[in-house]
Design a protein around this ligand. Structure first.
Ligand SMILES: Cc1ncc(C[n+]2csc(CCOP(=O)(O)OP(=O)(O)O)c2C)c(N)n1
Ligand SMILES: [Mg+2]
Length: 459
Protein backbone atom coordinates (compact mmCIF):
# COMPACT_ATOMS: atom_id res chain seq x y z
CA UNK A 1 0.00 0.00 0.00
CA UNK A 2 1.37 3.38 -0.95
CA UNK A 3 0.28 6.66 0.48
CA UNK A 4 1.33 9.77 -1.34
CA UNK A 5 1.12 13.20 0.17
CA UNK A 6 1.07 15.87 -2.45
CA UNK A 7 2.00 18.59 0.02
CA UNK A 8 5.03 18.29 2.22
CA UNK A 9 3.18 20.40 4.78
CA UNK A 10 0.73 17.54 5.27
CA UNK A 11 3.59 15.13 5.81
CA UNK A 12 5.35 17.36 8.34
CA UNK A 13 2.15 17.85 10.20
CA UNK A 14 1.56 14.15 10.29
CA UNK A 15 5.09 13.39 11.43
CA UNK A 16 5.01 15.98 14.19
CA UNK A 17 1.55 15.47 15.50
CA UNK A 18 1.12 11.75 15.31
CA UNK A 19 4.43 10.11 16.04
CA UNK A 20 2.69 7.03 17.33
CA UNK A 21 0.82 6.63 14.12
CA UNK A 22 4.05 6.95 12.12
CA UNK A 23 5.85 4.40 14.30
CA UNK A 24 2.90 2.12 14.11
CA UNK A 25 3.00 2.06 10.35
CA UNK A 26 6.77 1.94 10.15
CA UNK A 27 7.04 -0.96 12.54
CA UNK A 28 4.38 -2.88 10.80
CA UNK A 29 5.85 -1.94 7.41
CA UNK A 30 2.29 -1.67 6.30
CA UNK A 31 2.71 1.68 4.65
CA UNK A 32 5.46 3.49 2.82
CA UNK A 33 5.48 7.23 3.13
CA UNK A 34 7.00 8.87 0.13
CA UNK A 35 8.52 12.32 0.41
CA UNK A 36 6.82 14.02 -2.50
CA UNK A 37 8.64 15.88 -5.20
CA UNK A 38 8.88 19.51 -4.16
CA UNK A 39 8.29 22.34 -6.55
CA UNK A 40 9.39 25.90 -6.10
CA UNK A 41 6.47 27.62 -4.53
CA UNK A 42 5.41 31.18 -5.20
CA UNK A 43 4.09 32.92 -2.14
CA UNK A 44 0.68 34.48 -2.57
CA UNK A 45 2.05 37.63 -0.94
CA UNK A 46 4.22 38.28 -3.96
CA UNK A 47 1.23 38.63 -6.23
CA UNK A 48 0.64 41.90 -8.00
CA UNK A 49 -2.33 43.96 -6.98
CA UNK A 50 -4.97 44.05 -9.64
CA UNK A 51 -7.42 45.80 -7.37
CA UNK A 52 -6.43 47.77 -4.37
CA UNK A 53 -8.74 47.60 -1.40
CA UNK A 54 -6.13 49.14 0.90
CA UNK A 55 -8.22 52.17 1.63
CA UNK A 56 -11.12 50.01 2.78
CA UNK A 57 -8.98 48.02 5.17
CA UNK A 58 -6.59 50.59 6.48
CA UNK A 59 -9.31 52.80 7.86
CA UNK A 60 -9.07 52.39 11.61
CA UNK A 61 -6.91 49.30 11.67
CA UNK A 62 -3.97 48.93 13.97
CA UNK A 63 -0.85 48.02 11.98
CA UNK A 64 0.77 46.43 15.04
CA UNK A 65 -2.04 44.21 16.18
CA UNK A 66 -2.69 41.05 14.29
CA UNK A 67 -4.55 37.84 14.81
CA UNK A 68 -2.84 34.64 13.92
CA UNK A 69 -5.12 32.32 11.97
CA UNK A 70 -4.21 29.07 10.20
CA UNK A 71 -4.01 30.91 6.86
CA UNK A 72 -1.66 33.62 8.22
CA UNK A 73 -1.71 36.84 10.22
CA UNK A 74 -4.66 39.20 9.84
CA UNK A 75 -4.64 42.84 10.99
CA UNK A 76 -7.21 43.94 13.54
CA UNK A 77 -9.61 46.81 12.98
CA UNK A 78 -12.03 48.55 15.31
CA UNK A 79 -14.26 49.42 12.36
CA UNK A 80 -17.14 47.18 11.43
CA UNK A 81 -16.78 47.55 7.72
CA UNK A 82 -18.03 45.30 4.97
CA UNK A 83 -16.10 45.02 1.76
CA UNK A 84 -17.99 46.87 -0.93
CA UNK A 85 -19.80 44.67 -3.44
CA UNK A 86 -18.28 46.73 -6.22
CA UNK A 87 -15.41 49.11 -6.66
CA UNK A 88 -15.99 52.66 -7.74
CA UNK A 89 -13.94 52.27 -10.85
CA UNK A 90 -14.24 49.40 -13.29
CA UNK A 91 -11.13 47.38 -14.02
CA UNK A 92 -9.41 48.98 -17.02
CA UNK A 93 -8.87 47.17 -20.28
CA UNK A 94 -5.34 46.86 -21.70
CA UNK A 95 -5.09 48.17 -25.25
CA UNK A 96 -2.29 48.70 -27.76
CA UNK A 97 -4.16 49.78 -30.90
CA UNK A 98 -6.99 52.29 -30.85
CA UNK A 99 -10.21 51.78 -32.84
CA UNK A 100 -8.53 53.16 -35.93
CA UNK A 101 -5.47 50.92 -35.73
CA UNK A 102 -3.09 53.59 -34.43
CA UNK A 103 -0.64 52.67 -31.66
CA UNK A 104 -1.73 54.23 -28.39
CA UNK A 105 1.17 56.50 -27.30
CA UNK A 106 3.17 55.14 -24.39
CA UNK A 107 1.66 51.67 -24.53
CA UNK A 108 3.95 48.78 -23.67
CA UNK A 109 3.62 45.77 -25.90
CA UNK A 110 5.45 42.82 -27.38
CA UNK A 111 7.00 43.64 -30.76
CA UNK A 112 5.61 41.71 -33.71
CA UNK A 113 7.75 41.16 -36.81
CA UNK A 114 6.43 41.73 -40.31
CA UNK A 115 6.36 37.99 -41.00
CA UNK A 116 4.42 37.20 -37.84
CA UNK A 117 1.99 40.08 -38.37
CA UNK A 118 1.22 38.97 -41.92
CA UNK A 119 0.76 35.38 -40.82
CA UNK A 120 -1.61 36.52 -38.07
CA UNK A 121 -3.55 38.69 -40.48
CA UNK A 122 -3.92 36.08 -43.20
CA UNK A 123 -5.00 33.43 -40.67
CA UNK A 124 -7.64 35.80 -39.26
CA UNK A 125 -8.94 36.34 -42.81
CA UNK A 126 -8.94 32.59 -43.48
CA UNK A 127 -10.91 32.02 -40.28
CA UNK A 128 -13.41 34.70 -41.30
CA UNK A 129 -13.78 33.19 -44.78
CA UNK A 130 -14.08 29.69 -43.36
CA UNK A 131 -16.91 30.91 -41.10
CA UNK A 132 -18.74 32.61 -43.98
CA UNK A 133 -18.62 29.58 -46.27
CA UNK A 134 -19.30 26.88 -43.69
CA UNK A 135 -22.18 28.94 -42.32
CA UNK A 136 -23.63 29.16 -45.84
CA UNK A 137 -23.16 25.41 -46.29
CA UNK A 138 -25.25 24.86 -43.17
CA UNK A 139 -27.95 27.18 -44.46
CA UNK A 140 -28.01 25.19 -47.69
CA UNK A 141 -28.68 22.06 -45.65
CA UNK A 142 -25.32 20.45 -46.34
CA UNK A 143 -24.25 20.58 -42.67
CA UNK A 144 -26.40 19.85 -39.64
CA UNK A 145 -24.95 22.59 -37.44
CA UNK A 146 -22.35 25.34 -37.34
CA UNK A 147 -21.22 28.29 -35.27
CA UNK A 148 -18.87 31.09 -36.15
CA UNK A 149 -16.14 33.01 -34.33
CA UNK A 150 -17.04 36.27 -36.04
CA UNK A 151 -15.74 39.24 -34.08
CA UNK A 152 -13.47 37.02 -32.00
CA UNK A 153 -10.81 36.37 -34.63
CA UNK A 154 -8.16 38.37 -32.76
CA UNK A 155 -8.65 36.40 -29.55
CA UNK A 156 -8.34 33.17 -31.52
CA UNK A 157 -5.32 33.98 -33.64
CA UNK A 158 -3.33 36.41 -31.49
CA UNK A 159 -3.49 34.17 -28.42
CA UNK A 160 -2.53 31.14 -30.51
CA UNK A 161 0.40 33.06 -31.99
CA UNK A 162 1.72 33.80 -28.51
CA UNK A 163 1.97 30.10 -27.63
CA UNK A 164 4.32 27.34 -28.70
CA UNK A 165 3.15 24.00 -30.15
CA UNK A 166 4.05 22.26 -26.86
CA UNK A 167 1.47 24.29 -24.96
CA UNK A 168 -1.69 22.29 -24.51
CA UNK A 169 -5.00 23.81 -25.52
CA UNK A 170 -8.35 22.95 -23.95
CA UNK A 171 -10.96 24.78 -26.00
CA UNK A 172 -14.61 25.65 -25.55
CA UNK A 173 -16.04 25.74 -29.09
CA UNK A 174 -15.49 29.27 -30.40
CA UNK A 175 -11.74 28.91 -30.86
CA UNK A 176 -11.22 27.00 -34.14
CA UNK A 177 -8.72 29.72 -35.07
CA UNK A 178 -6.28 28.34 -32.51
CA UNK A 179 -6.40 25.01 -34.31
CA UNK A 180 -6.11 26.72 -37.69
CA UNK A 181 -3.03 28.56 -36.48
CA UNK A 182 -1.49 25.28 -35.34
CA UNK A 183 -1.85 23.75 -38.78
CA UNK A 184 -5.19 21.92 -38.79
CA UNK A 185 -5.98 21.89 -42.51
CA UNK A 186 -9.14 23.18 -44.12
CA UNK A 187 -9.75 19.59 -45.23
CA UNK A 188 -9.53 18.39 -41.62
CA UNK A 189 -12.08 21.04 -40.60
CA UNK A 190 -14.43 20.04 -43.42
CA UNK A 191 -14.08 16.31 -42.66
CA UNK A 192 -15.10 16.89 -39.04
CA UNK A 193 -18.04 19.08 -40.04
CA UNK A 194 -19.33 16.46 -42.47
CA UNK A 195 -18.66 13.63 -39.99
CA UNK A 196 -17.11 11.50 -42.73
CA UNK A 197 -14.68 8.60 -42.50
CA UNK A 198 -11.69 10.93 -42.26
CA UNK A 199 -13.08 12.70 -39.17
CA UNK A 200 -10.97 11.82 -36.12
CA UNK A 201 -14.16 11.56 -34.05
CA UNK A 202 -15.60 9.03 -36.56
CA UNK A 203 -18.69 11.18 -37.00
CA UNK A 204 -19.82 10.62 -33.44
CA UNK A 205 -19.72 14.26 -32.39
CA UNK A 206 -21.69 17.27 -33.56
CA UNK A 207 -20.00 19.56 -36.08
CA UNK A 208 -17.41 22.00 -34.64
CA UNK A 209 -16.29 19.46 -32.01
CA UNK A 210 -12.78 19.47 -33.43
CA UNK A 211 -9.78 17.94 -31.74
CA UNK A 212 -6.24 16.98 -32.63
CA UNK A 213 -3.83 14.85 -30.67
CA UNK A 214 -1.02 15.83 -32.98
CA UNK A 215 -1.60 19.54 -32.40
CA UNK A 216 -2.05 19.30 -28.61
CA UNK A 217 -5.65 20.43 -28.91
CA UNK A 218 -8.18 18.62 -26.75
CA UNK A 219 -11.46 17.69 -28.39
CA UNK A 220 -14.27 20.18 -27.80
CA UNK A 221 -16.83 18.84 -25.39
CA UNK A 222 -20.45 20.00 -25.33
CA UNK A 223 -21.04 20.31 -21.58
CA UNK A 224 -19.82 23.77 -20.69
CA UNK A 225 -16.78 24.39 -18.48
CA UNK A 226 -15.76 20.76 -17.98
CA UNK A 227 -12.45 21.77 -19.56
CA UNK A 228 -11.49 24.04 -16.64
CA UNK A 229 -10.82 21.52 -13.85
CA UNK A 230 -9.32 19.27 -16.52
CA UNK A 231 -6.97 22.09 -17.51
CA UNK A 232 -5.81 22.49 -13.91
CA UNK A 233 -4.96 18.77 -13.88
CA UNK A 234 -3.20 18.81 -17.25
CA UNK A 235 -1.18 21.84 -16.17
CA UNK A 236 -0.23 20.18 -12.91
CA UNK A 237 1.06 17.17 -14.83
CA UNK A 238 3.18 19.46 -17.03
CA UNK A 239 4.66 20.94 -13.88
CA UNK A 240 5.39 17.52 -12.38
CA UNK A 241 7.17 16.53 -15.59
CA UNK A 242 9.11 19.81 -15.49
CA UNK A 243 7.99 20.69 -19.02
CA UNK A 244 8.68 24.13 -20.45
CA UNK A 245 5.06 24.46 -21.46
CA UNK A 246 1.72 25.59 -20.12
CA UNK A 247 -1.96 24.88 -20.65
CA UNK A 248 -4.33 27.38 -22.19
CA UNK A 249 -7.99 26.88 -21.47
CA UNK A 250 -10.63 28.91 -23.31
CA UNK A 251 -14.15 29.62 -22.11
CA UNK A 252 -16.95 32.16 -22.44
CA UNK A 253 -18.51 34.57 -19.98
CA UNK A 254 -21.55 32.31 -19.61
CA UNK A 255 -19.39 29.34 -18.69
CA UNK A 256 -18.18 31.13 -15.58
CA UNK A 257 -21.57 30.46 -13.99
CA UNK A 258 -20.79 26.76 -13.85
CA UNK A 259 -19.36 25.31 -10.65
CA UNK A 260 -16.47 23.92 -12.68
CA UNK A 261 -15.20 27.47 -13.27
CA UNK A 262 -14.69 27.97 -9.55
CA UNK A 263 -13.31 24.48 -8.95
CA UNK A 264 -10.87 24.88 -11.86
CA UNK A 265 -9.56 28.24 -10.69
CA UNK A 266 -9.22 27.17 -7.10
CA UNK A 267 -7.44 23.93 -7.96
CA UNK A 268 -5.01 25.70 -10.24
CA UNK A 269 -4.27 28.39 -7.65
CA UNK A 270 -3.67 25.97 -4.80
CA UNK A 271 -1.65 23.53 -6.91
CA UNK A 272 0.25 26.41 -8.54
CA UNK A 273 -0.43 24.94 -11.94
CA UNK A 274 0.90 26.66 -15.09
CA UNK A 275 -2.39 27.35 -16.82
CA UNK A 276 -3.74 30.41 -18.61
CA UNK A 277 -7.48 30.79 -18.10
CA UNK A 278 -8.53 32.70 -21.18
CA UNK A 279 -12.06 34.00 -20.93
CA UNK A 280 -13.76 35.39 -24.01
CA UNK A 281 -16.18 37.84 -22.48
CA UNK A 282 -18.33 38.43 -25.56
CA UNK A 283 -21.33 39.81 -23.70
CA UNK A 284 -23.71 36.92 -24.35
CA UNK A 285 -24.41 33.33 -23.44
CA UNK A 286 -26.90 32.46 -26.17
CA UNK A 287 -29.68 34.96 -25.27
CA UNK A 288 -28.48 35.74 -21.73
CA UNK A 289 -26.59 39.05 -21.50
CA UNK A 290 -23.71 39.40 -19.04
CA UNK A 291 -25.85 41.73 -16.93
CA UNK A 292 -28.05 38.74 -16.12
CA UNK A 293 -25.10 36.37 -15.80
CA UNK A 294 -23.18 37.99 -12.93
CA UNK A 295 -23.09 41.12 -10.79
CA UNK A 296 -19.31 41.40 -10.54
CA UNK A 297 -17.19 43.65 -12.74
CA UNK A 298 -16.67 40.89 -15.27
CA UNK A 299 -14.33 37.95 -14.84
CA UNK A 300 -10.79 39.23 -14.21
CA UNK A 301 -11.78 40.51 -10.79
CA UNK A 302 -12.76 36.97 -9.78
CA UNK A 303 -9.20 35.78 -10.34
CA UNK A 304 -7.92 37.79 -7.40
CA UNK A 305 -10.47 36.15 -5.09
CA UNK A 306 -8.82 32.84 -5.90
CA UNK A 307 -5.28 34.18 -5.61
CA UNK A 308 -4.75 34.27 -9.37
CA UNK A 309 -2.93 37.09 -11.16
CA UNK A 310 -5.33 38.50 -13.71
CA UNK A 311 -5.69 41.03 -16.51
CA UNK A 312 -8.45 42.46 -18.65
CA UNK A 313 -7.57 43.07 -22.30
CA UNK A 314 -9.29 44.40 -25.37
CA UNK A 315 -10.09 41.19 -27.22
CA UNK A 316 -10.54 43.05 -30.51
CA UNK A 317 -6.99 44.32 -30.40
CA UNK A 318 -4.71 41.60 -31.76
CA UNK A 319 -1.57 43.28 -30.41
CA UNK A 320 -3.00 43.54 -26.88
CA UNK A 321 -4.14 39.90 -26.90
CA UNK A 322 -0.78 38.77 -28.25
CA UNK A 323 1.22 40.77 -25.69
CA UNK A 324 -0.94 39.75 -22.73
CA UNK A 325 -0.88 36.06 -23.68
CA UNK A 326 2.91 36.13 -24.15
CA UNK A 327 3.37 37.70 -20.73
CA UNK A 328 0.86 35.30 -19.17
CA UNK A 329 2.68 32.32 -20.69
CA UNK A 330 6.02 33.54 -19.42
CA UNK A 331 4.70 33.98 -15.87
CA UNK A 332 2.76 30.70 -15.91
CA UNK A 333 5.83 28.69 -16.89
CA UNK A 334 8.64 30.54 -15.14
CA UNK A 335 6.78 31.21 -11.92
CA UNK A 336 4.65 28.06 -11.96
CA UNK A 337 1.34 29.77 -11.45
CA UNK A 338 -2.05 30.18 -13.10
CA UNK A 339 -2.96 33.44 -14.86
CA UNK A 340 -6.40 34.68 -15.82
CA UNK A 341 -6.94 36.75 -18.97
CA UNK A 342 -10.32 38.30 -19.60
CA UNK A 343 -10.61 39.32 -23.25
CA UNK A 344 -13.43 41.81 -23.78
CA UNK A 345 -15.24 41.37 -27.08
CA UNK A 346 -18.65 40.90 -28.69
CA UNK A 347 -20.29 37.82 -30.14
CA UNK A 348 -21.11 39.21 -33.56
CA UNK A 349 -22.77 36.09 -34.91
CA UNK A 350 -25.88 34.35 -33.70
CA UNK A 351 -24.95 31.89 -30.97
CA UNK A 352 -25.13 29.12 -33.56
CA UNK A 353 -27.20 28.11 -36.54
CA UNK A 354 -29.92 27.12 -34.03
CA UNK A 355 -30.29 30.73 -32.87
CA UNK A 356 -31.62 34.05 -34.16
CA UNK A 357 -30.03 36.77 -32.04
CA UNK A 358 -32.08 39.58 -33.60
CA UNK A 359 -34.92 38.31 -31.40
CA UNK A 360 -33.13 39.50 -28.26
CA UNK A 361 -30.65 42.21 -29.25
CA UNK A 362 -30.48 45.29 -31.38
CA UNK A 363 -29.42 44.84 -35.01
CA UNK A 364 -27.65 48.22 -34.99
CA UNK A 365 -25.44 47.05 -32.13
CA UNK A 366 -24.50 43.88 -34.01
CA UNK A 367 -23.70 45.85 -37.15
CA UNK A 368 -21.47 48.26 -35.27
CA UNK A 369 -19.37 45.45 -33.83
CA UNK A 370 -19.29 43.69 -37.17
CA UNK A 371 -17.96 46.66 -39.10
CA UNK A 372 -16.55 49.59 -37.11
CA UNK A 373 -15.17 47.43 -34.30
CA UNK A 374 -13.94 44.48 -36.34
CA UNK A 375 -10.61 43.21 -34.97
CA UNK A 376 -9.52 42.23 -38.49
CA UNK A 377 -10.05 45.72 -39.91
CA UNK A 378 -8.21 47.29 -36.99
CA UNK A 379 -5.20 45.04 -37.41
CA UNK A 380 -5.23 45.55 -41.18
CA UNK A 381 -5.06 49.31 -40.73
CA UNK A 382 -1.98 48.87 -38.58
CA UNK A 383 -0.15 46.53 -40.99
CA UNK A 384 -1.12 48.68 -43.95
CA UNK A 385 0.18 51.80 -42.24
CA UNK A 386 3.45 49.96 -41.60
CA UNK A 387 3.70 49.40 -45.35
CA UNK A 388 3.40 45.63 -44.91
CA UNK A 389 0.10 45.18 -46.71
CA UNK A 390 -1.73 46.65 -49.69
CA UNK A 391 -5.25 46.44 -51.14
CA UNK A 392 -4.07 44.23 -54.00
CA UNK A 393 -2.75 41.64 -51.50
CA UNK A 394 -6.21 41.54 -49.92
CA UNK A 395 -8.06 40.46 -53.06
CA UNK A 396 -5.65 37.59 -53.69
CA UNK A 397 -5.74 36.37 -50.10
CA UNK A 398 -9.52 36.30 -49.90
CA UNK A 399 -9.96 34.69 -53.32
CA UNK A 400 -7.43 32.02 -52.55
CA UNK A 401 -8.80 31.07 -49.14
CA UNK A 402 -12.36 30.97 -50.51
CA UNK A 403 -11.26 28.62 -53.26
CA UNK A 404 -9.48 26.29 -50.82
CA UNK A 405 -12.48 26.12 -48.49
CA UNK A 406 -14.94 25.36 -51.29
CA UNK A 407 -12.62 22.61 -52.53
CA UNK A 408 -12.38 21.18 -49.00
CA UNK A 409 -16.18 21.05 -48.74
CA UNK A 410 -16.50 19.36 -52.11
CA UNK A 411 -13.90 16.76 -51.18
CA UNK A 412 -15.39 16.12 -47.72
CA UNK A 413 -18.84 15.57 -49.18
CA UNK A 414 -17.48 12.82 -51.41
CA UNK A 415 -15.84 10.84 -48.60
CA UNK A 416 -18.08 8.06 -47.32
CA UNK A 417 -19.49 8.09 -43.82
CA UNK A 418 -18.00 5.91 -41.07
CA UNK A 419 -19.75 2.52 -40.77
CA UNK A 420 -22.52 2.03 -38.24
CA UNK A 421 -20.28 -0.24 -36.16
CA UNK A 422 -18.08 2.78 -35.34
CA UNK A 423 -20.92 4.18 -33.32
CA UNK A 424 -20.40 1.46 -30.75
CA UNK A 425 -16.81 0.33 -31.03
CA UNK A 426 -13.74 2.18 -29.83
CA UNK A 427 -15.41 3.63 -26.75
CA UNK A 428 -14.55 0.86 -24.30
CA UNK A 429 -11.86 -1.77 -24.64
CA UNK A 430 -14.59 -4.43 -24.53
CA UNK A 431 -18.07 -3.44 -25.55
CA UNK A 432 -20.32 -3.42 -22.44
CA UNK A 433 -23.70 -5.15 -22.48
CA UNK A 434 -25.73 -1.91 -22.67
CA UNK A 435 -23.96 -0.90 -25.89
CA UNK A 436 -24.39 -4.41 -27.31
CA UNK A 437 -28.08 -4.11 -26.58
CA UNK A 438 -28.26 -0.70 -28.26
CA UNK A 439 -26.51 -2.04 -31.33
CA UNK A 440 -28.94 -4.98 -31.56
CA UNK A 441 -31.82 -2.55 -31.20
CA UNK A 442 -30.68 -0.23 -33.99
CA UNK A 443 -29.94 -3.14 -36.34
CA UNK A 444 -33.42 -4.61 -35.72
CA UNK A 445 -34.94 -1.19 -36.39
CA UNK A 446 -33.03 -0.88 -39.68
CA UNK A 447 -34.33 -4.30 -40.74
CA UNK A 448 -37.87 -3.21 -40.02
CA UNK A 449 -37.59 0.21 -41.66
CA UNK A 450 -34.88 -0.13 -44.32
CA UNK A 451 -36.10 2.90 -46.28
CA UNK A 452 -35.52 5.19 -43.31
CA UNK A 453 -31.85 4.28 -43.06
CA UNK A 454 -29.48 6.86 -44.62
CA UNK A 455 -28.17 5.44 -47.90
CA UNK A 456 -24.65 6.85 -47.40
CA UNK A 457 -23.82 5.16 -44.07
CA UNK A 458 -22.35 1.67 -44.47
CA UNK A 459 -23.82 -0.93 -42.15
C1 LIG B 1 -23.46 22.46 -18.71
C2 LIG B 1 -24.13 23.10 -19.87
N1 LIG B 1 -25.18 23.94 -19.67
C3 LIG B 1 -25.79 24.52 -20.72
C4 LIG B 1 -25.37 24.26 -22.00
C5 LIG B 1 -26.09 24.92 -23.17
N2 LIG B 1 -25.26 25.98 -23.75
C6 LIG B 1 -24.46 25.75 -24.82
S1 LIG B 1 -23.58 27.09 -25.24
C7 LIG B 1 -24.23 28.03 -24.01
C8 LIG B 1 -23.81 29.46 -23.83
C9 LIG B 1 -22.39 29.61 -23.38
O1 LIG B 1 -22.03 30.95 -23.38
P1 LIG B 1 -20.54 31.42 -23.25
O2 LIG B 1 -19.80 30.55 -22.31
O3 LIG B 1 -20.56 32.86 -22.94
O4 LIG B 1 -19.88 31.15 -24.68
P2 LIG B 1 -20.20 31.87 -26.09
O5 LIG B 1 -21.24 31.03 -26.76
O6 LIG B 1 -20.66 33.24 -25.82
O7 LIG B 1 -18.93 31.83 -26.85
C10 LIG B 1 -25.16 27.29 -23.28
C11 LIG B 1 -25.93 27.81 -22.14
C12 LIG B 1 -24.28 23.38 -22.16
N3 LIG B 1 -23.79 23.11 -23.38
N4 LIG B 1 -23.68 22.82 -21.10
MG1 LIG C 1 -20.37 34.50 -24.19
Amino acid sequence: MEILFSKSRSLNYLLQSSRTCWHHYRNKSAAIFFIPRRFESIKAGEQLDVYNYKEDYHDGHDEHQTLNFPGGKVPITSQMKFISESSEKRLPCYRVLDDDGYLIPGTIFEQVSKGLALNMYSTMVTLQTMDTIFYEAQRQGRLSFYLTSTGEEAINIASAAALTPDDIVLPQYREPGVLLWRGFTLQEFADQLFGNKADYGKGRQMPIHYGSNKLNYFTVSSPLTTQLPQAAGVAYSLKMDKKEACVVVYFGDGSTSEGDFHAGLNFAAVMEAPVIFLCRNNGWAISTPVTEQFRSDGIAIKGQAYGIRSIRVDGNDALAVYSATRAARQMAIKERRPILVEAMTYRVSHHSTSDDSTKYRCVKEIEQWKTAKSPITRFRKWIQRNGWWADQNETGLRKNSRKQIVEAIQAAEKVEKPPLTDLFSDVYDKMPSNLQEQERFIRDTIKRYPKEYPFDVPQ
